[in-house]
Structures are given as structure tokens and as C-alpha cells.
Design a protein around this ligand. Structure first.
Ligand code: HPA
Length: 270
């Protein structure tokens, strides 16, 4: 809590701006920041106690500004468990955003489609998750200032926010999918047998992030919702060699849809 408070104080000392909404941008989904008005950036490495960047996130930063008329803070670059961060590192930024005063959290990620009715380039609203990480951020002594010991997870993805996203998707004519996100530790992708297992366990999309952040948000009673950009089709009987460049390229294309969706959701929020 002391480290969180120091990070928050530092940020407040340099940006005189109270965001009400937080947005986490997933892999290959950073361009939304071009739509943010009056953007003010802070590099992660300048914020006290922010988990140190790995190579991938040398450009990691917080961006403050307005999107669709709402005051937001966006995270460009997130911390992944596979990079070697602890779970409390992974969610440190989310806790900072909550203490900065955000009232809602929107997350995005790139994920593989294991429901074979879904196609690459589709967007999927996450309705629920299965956590297969070997850990999560609430292990250890509970700090009651953040939340209760035994948080409820029935509505982990906030129904009212989900409705807002679904409405915005319909207004834009997007074929927004809905489904269950299941985690893989990464960074390697899955074997055919693992994709079969993940599907049997109830997943529609598989990815390496988001769930720790959603757990931390629920712990803090911070309403959240999340959208997956489906970057590859994981048919265990017909797997294509995975090309991370291609995944990022597909994310880049679908990102235009995600950007429109986020802007519309912001406009529609009260
Ligand atoms: N598996 C795990 N994570 C992913 C995938 C996948 O197939 N595609 C994009 N992120």
C-alpha cells in the first residue's frame, strides 16, 4: 500500500487530471491512443515502484486525456506473468489506476479462437473466465484497504458494462462475439492436445493476460469488462504455424474495430 500511494502521489504531482475510466490496451492494440484528445503521457519507468519494463515494453506508458468525451487514462503495454513478474507486479498498475480515482475499467487483449465458430479478426466480449495461471494476485495477507478477503466473482465482468459494449457493438454493426476467456501461461503457444483441453474446459478464447487484472479489479470493487481481439484460429486438427508478426498484424487490423467500439462506448456512458 505504501508503494501504491507513492506511485499515485508521483502521478498526481505531474498530471493535474482526474480520470474516471481506465483502459488497458493489449498486444498490438496501442493505436487507440491516437484518438485521445489532450493526451499527456508518463513513461512507466518514471513512476516509483512501477514494475520495471522488459524489452517488450520499453515504450510502456500511461496516457491521460479525453476519449469520446470521457476523462480516461490508458495503459499502453501491460505486464505479463510470462515475463517473470509476480502477480502483484502484474496488477500493480491496475491498483494505481483505482487509487487515482477511476470508476470503471475496460481491458483488451489479443487471444486465440478455440471456439471454431469464431474467426480471426473477430472481437469477443468476455463474459466469464477460467483462471489456469498457477497463481493470482490475492494470495497472501489481505489488505482490507484494497478489498475484502473473499471477493465475489459471480459478476466478474460487470453486466451493465457488458450491455454498454454490446449496445455500442450493435450500433456500429460489429458482429461482436461473446464467450469465456481461458488463460495459458505462455509465452509458448499451445499444443493441439492443449487446445482440445482448453475447449473442453469451457474456453472460447485463450490468452496470456487479463485475468489477474480482472481479479484485482473485482477485489477493489472496480467494475470492469474486457474484449478479446481474436488473432488466430486454434483448430487442433488444422493448426497453422504461429507467426507472432502475423498475430500482431491481425490485431492491428481488428484494432480499428476495437478503437471504434471503445470510442462509442465512451460516448454512450453517462
Ligand atoms: N494462445 C494463447 N495466447 C494467444 C493465442 C493463442 O493461440 N493467440 C493470441 N494469444
Amino acid at each position: 500500500m505504501k508503494q501504491l500511494t507513492e506511485a499515485v502521489k508521483y502521478i498526481e504531482s505531474i498530471v493535474n487530471f482526474k480520470p474516471v475510466i481506465g483502459i488497458v490496451l493489449g498486444t498490438g492494440l496501442g493505436n487507440l491512443i491516437n484518438e485521445i484528445d489532450g493526451a499527456y503521457e508518463i513513461a512507466y519507468e518514471d513512476i516509483p515502484h512501477f514494475p520495471l519494463s522488459t524489452v517488450e515494453f520499453h515504450s510502456g506508458k500511461l496516457i491521460f486525456g479525453t476519449l469520446g468525451g470521457k476523462k480516461i487514462v490508458a495503459m499502453q503495454g501491460r505486464m505479463h506473468f510470462y515475463e517473470g513478474y509476480t502477480m502483484s507486479d502484474v496488477v500493480f498498475p491496475i491498483r494505481v489506476l483505482k487509487l487515482l480515482g477511476i470508476e470503471k475499467l475496460f481491458l483488451s487483449n489479443a487471444a486465440g479462437a478455440i471456439n471454431l465458430d469464431f474467426k480471426k479478426g473477430d472481437l469477443m466480449l468476455i463474459e466469464d473466465h477460467v483462471n489456469l495461471f498457477p497463481s493470482h494476485p490475492l494470495i497472501g495477507t489481505n489488505d482490507e484497504r484494497l478489498g475484502v478477503r473473499f471477493p465475489d466473482m459471480q459478476y466478474a465482468y460487470h453486466p451493465a458494462l457488458n450491455s454498454k459494449v454490446a449496445e455500442a457493438g450493435a450500433e456500429l454493426g460489429l458482429n461482436l462475439r461473446r464467450g469465456v476467456y481461458i488463460t495459458a501461461q505462455g509465452p509458448m503457444l499451445e499444443t493441439p492436445a492443449e487446445y482440445r483441453m482448453l475447449r473442453k474446459l469451457g474456453g472460447d478464447a485463450v490468452g496470456m493476460s487479463t485475468v489477474p487484472e480482472v481479479i484485482a479489479a473485482n477485489h477493489m470493487s472496480l467494475p470492469c469488462c474486457a474484449i478479446s481481439v481474436l488473432t488466430d484460429e486454434c483448430n487442433p486438427d488444422d493448426l497453422k504455424p504461429i507467426d507472432i508478426e502475423e498475430i500482431i498484424a491481425v490485431a492491428g487490423k481488428a484494432e480499428q474495430k476495437l478503437t471504434k467500439l471503445f470510442v462509442k462506448v465512451m460516448e454512450n456512458l453517462e
